[in-house]
Design a binder for this molecule. Structure first.
Ligand SMILES: CC(C)(COP(=O)(O)OP(=O)(O)OC[C@H]1O[C@@H](n2cnc3c(N)ncnc32)[C@H](O)[C@@H]1OP(=O)(O)O)[C@@H](O)C(=O)NCCC(=O)NCCS
Length: 482
């Protein structure tokens, strides 16, 4: 595929992107000055034909092989354990946790580029890894930082929309609204309307995804400043990285540890394979060829649920309620145990514990704990979180319901943020959402590159199940009977 040719046709379609089309490696973005391409799109253009061939071969050679059985329990269990999706960026092992393109979190911390003087991986590096399967060089992530910073402006009407939002509208609702409103800028939607060839879908999906990711800090920062501060949004620095800019718009740019925390946070929350609510929803909506803005906004609405991303705000709220009730002085293990039991007996979940796939402590929890041990070992809330880690798994095991009594990512993130002064819990899921954008949009690009079709699993009614199995002689399989 000729990248230059395809870029040219893309840009002809978009009146607002005026590219000097003969200049290789230069991308001019919506309402932004020209910026040197990071080279990511060019690398992707090389990789896509290889992957398309590979998938074609796999389908030909293994297309009819069986990956597993589907039981009635699995259907009533809301598809638990059914292998039904392709997700290139990451795979989740129940015991070991997440691997991004085969790499564990500690490996990513070791191998991905960092900022000058920093130790934590840059989210730019993880995005590059998710998209290409390759570890980028320092120069490539620096260029990606610059490319995102140059695409970061949001249109005036989206700023106005957020500025006019009443403060009581939850930050996640505002986030979803802003991303949905940005859909008006979609290169994919415009190009589709004009009738582009399906082999070009990935390029417009890529452009929209890059624009959208780039704009997320400005959206998140504006929501934060409007709802919790004086409404003044610090400007992004075009010469720094994504995590640093995220910290800037929240007002923490001079706090080096907080900036490092942002880099780590935005790296580890990106992707958790394809079946979780935000990832699956983005993929599902995208399968209807809804553009990346509409698709990701749907994912954000799923992330805003308390059993998913909103759990990070719930955790801190629950811990603070516990502290208010039990007092902030050292509380005995026995008293905390009783408090956990009280939560369970009142029919509530213990937020931050349990997982639909994981059966061990989430490595995303473990790496945040490492960060806390290094930077805030004496923080009283961290001590409480550590105490809960000792107590809750035993209580949940004794309770006997949850399949995984261990902590997940959300059990730890809030305590780190509050340590540095980001105490507004209702905002926490927005940060999760910024990071999740990098994961789900990298897959959306591959969805279109691999020509994934509209998602349409088969559903059954309880009447169908009864008809199938409430008979004396059971049919061998549902498919035989339906
Ligand atoms: C993550 C979560 C939604 C996974 O749900 P799941 O796959 O259905 O989990 P399980 O199969 O272990 O659930 C079996 C039972 O244990 C309960 N359970 C699971 N985690 C629990 C927890 N942390 N506290 C209390 N009960 C829990 C479930 O509600 C379910 O009860 P039910 O049979 O009455 O419906 C669930 O563990 C949970 O609600 N955790 C708390 C919220 C949270 O931290 N979410 C963030 C996830 S990253």
């Amino acid at each position: 595929m000729s990248l230059l040719r395809s870029s040219t046709s893309f840009l002809k379609l978009s009146a607002r992107r005026q590219l000097a089309a003969t200049t290789v490696g230069i991308v001019r973005c919506y309402s932004t000055p020209s910026v040197a391409s990071s080279g990511l799109k060019e690398r992707l253009a090389e990789l896509i034909p290889q992957k398309q061939e590979e998938v074609k071969r796999i389908k030909k050679e293994h297309g009819s092989k069986v990956l597993g059985n589907v039981t009635v329990d699995m259907i009533y269990g809301c598809m638990r354990g059914i292998k039904g999706l392709i997700w290139e960026g990451s795979v989740l092992d129940p015991e070991e946790g997440i691997r991004f393109r085969g790499m564990t979190i500690p490996e990513c911390q070791q191998k991905l580029p960092t900022a000058p003087g920093g130790q934590e991986p840059l989210p730019e590096g993880l995005f590059w890894l998710l998209v290409t399967g390759e570890i980028p060089t320092q120069e490539q992530v620096n260029k990606l930082s610059a490319e995102w910073a140059a695409r970061a402006d949001i249109p005036k009407f989206v700023e106005d929309l957020l500025d006019r939002c009443p403060k009581h509208v939850h930050p996640m609702t505002q986030f979803s609204m802003a991303v949905t409103a940005l859909q008006s800028e979609s290169a994919f939607a415009k190009a589709y309307h004009q009738g582009i060839h399906k082999s070009k879908y990935w390029e417009y999906t890529y452009e929209d995804s890059m624009d959208l990711i780039a704009k997320l800090p400005n959206i998140a920062g504006r929501i934060y400043q409007n709802v919790f501060k004086d409404g003044k949004l610090p400007a992004l620095n075009p010469n720094t990285d994504y995590g640093h800019n995220m910290a800037s718009v929240l007002g923490f740019k001079d706090n080096k540890q907080f900036v490092e925390l942002m880099r780590l946070y935005l790296t580890i929350h990106t992707d958790h394979e394809g079946g979780n609510v935000s990832a699956h929803t983005t993929h599902l909506v995208g399968s209807a060829l809804s553009d990346p803005y509409l698709s990701f906004a749907s994912g954000l609405n799923g992330l805003a649920g308390p059993l998913h991303g909103l759990a990070n705000q719930e955790v801190l709220r629950w811990i603070m309620e516990m502290r208010d009730e039990l007092g902030s002085a050292d509380v005995s293990d026995e008293t905390i145990k009783e408090y956990v039991w009280k939560t369970l007996k009142s029919g509530r979940v213990v937020p931050g514990y349990g997982h639909a796939v994981l059966r061990k402590t989430d490595p995303r929890y473990a790496c945040q704990r490492e960060f806390a041990l290094k930077h805030l070992p004496t923080d009283p809330m961290f001590k409480l979180v550590s105490q809960l880690y000792k107590i809750v798994p035993d209580v949940l095991t004794e309770h006997g319901k949850t399949k995984n009594p261990w902590p997940n990512v959300d059990a730890h993130s809030g305590v780190l943020l509050q340590h540095y002064g980001l105490v507004e819990q209702d905002f926490y899921t927005v940060l999760f959402g910024v990071s999740r954008g990098l994961g789900v949009l990298s897959q959306l690009i591959w969805d279109r590159a691999l020509g994934m079709s509209i998602e349409r699993p088969k559903s059954l009614s309880t009447e169908n199940i009864k008809d199938l199995f409430d008979t004396k002689e059971e049919p061998k399989s549902a498919s035989a009977a339906l």
